[in-house]
Structures are given as structure tokens and as C-alpha cells.
Write a protein that binds this ligand. Structure first.
Ligand code: NI
Length: 178
């Protein structure tokens, strides 16, 4: 499998609506998922969406037990989520810092629903349904936004809270790329 190039903000391929996955449990799907994990792990990411490597499909991965880019985040189970749908539980929002491998070097404060229910499928076509909160809810909302062509800066309400990771969080300097 392979570490793939991650598209960066400004690339029109990040702005498309992704197509649903129609065939599960295929070698092509397994190969794509393996590439996504290799690419995410090489970049120390918390999540990655297929459109970020130029594959216009409704497929995201996320999860970590301990992430160098988000040292204070609680663990999120390693998940492949296909054809996802998100539903907020209540109106409560939380603000939190986000970064994105397609927006390297920057962090911004983004409002997200505090609690969500998400549904979708795993790679073999089994249903996934979870109710989550906190960083898990944030990561899923961020990744699923990639499937509708949204990058986190377009969700920000206060652009004064966008800055360079190296300035905002100098202790994270071990990752110069983001
Ligand atoms: Ni992202």
C-alpha cells in the first residue's frame, strides 16, 4: 500500500460533493482504505477523508489512542465510515481548535455540535450507528464536511482565531508540517 499525496486547500478537487460508495468488501475498496490509513499515519493525522487524496467517494477514516497533533484529545476508536449521515443531538455547540492535513501549518477555532448521532457502513457493508460527543463528535463533523467540499476555515465565525500552529502551540513543534 502507499502513502498518497494529500491535496491542499485551493485544489478544486477538495470542493466537490463526494459520490456514495456502491460496492462493499471489494479489493479496490480495501486498497483505498489501506492507502488512507498509511497516509493518515505518516502525517500523524486524527482523520482523513477520501477526497483529500483525490478519491471522490463518501469514505472517511479517523481514530487514535494518543495523537501527537492533539495531545489533550480523548481517544477515538479507529473507524472506517462509509456513506455517513450525521444528525445533531440537541442544539448545543462547542468551540475547539482544529487543524487539517489539507490546510497544513494552521489551526483555527471552529464551532461544532457538541453531541451527534452518526450512521454509515463499515468496509464490509455492516451498519455503524453511534452517539458521541467531545472530540469524537468534532472529528466526525470535520471529516464528513470533506465529503461536501467544506474545509474548516469555512465553518469559522471568528477569523482572528486562525493562526500558525507553531505560534499558537509551540510545544507541538515536533510536527513542522502541521
Ligand atoms: Ni481535514
Amino acid at each position: 500500500m502507499a502513502v498518497r499525496e494529500i491535496l491542499k486547500m485551493g485544489d478544486a478537487r477538495l470542493l466537490r460533493l463526494a459520490e456514495p460508495v456502491r460496492a462493499f468488501d471489494t479489493p479496490e475498496l480495501q486498497a483505498l482504505i489501506a492507502d488512507l490509513f498509511d497516509t493518515m499515519e505518516a502525517a500523524n493525522g486524527a482523520g482523513l477523508a477520501a477526497p483529500q487524496i483525490g478519491e471522490n467517494l463518501q469514505l472517511v477514516i479517523f481514530g487514535f489512542s494518543n495523537n501527537a497533533r492533539y495531545p489533550d484529545a480523548e481517544p477515538v476508536p479507529r473507524t472506517v465510515l462509509i456513506n455517513p449521515v450525521i444528525e445533531p443531538i440537541g442544539d448545543a455547540e462547542e468551540e475547539g481548535w482544529e487543524g487539517c492535513l489539507s490546510v497544513p501549518g494552521l489551526r483555527g477555532v471552529v464551532p461544532r455540535f457538541a453531541r451527534i448521532r452518526y450512521r454509515g457502513f463499515d468496509p464490509s457493508g455492516q451498519r455503524i450507528e453511534r452517539e458521541v460527543q467531545g472530540f469524537h463528535a468534532r472529528v466526525v463533523q470535520h471529516e464528513v464536511d470533506h465529503l461536501i467540499g467544506r474545509l474548516y476555515p469555512t465553518r469559522m465565525r471568528d477569523m482572528s482565531k486562525l493562526g500558525y500552529t507553531s505560534v499558537l502551540f509551540p510545544d507541538l513543534d515536533a510536527e513542522p508540517e502541521d
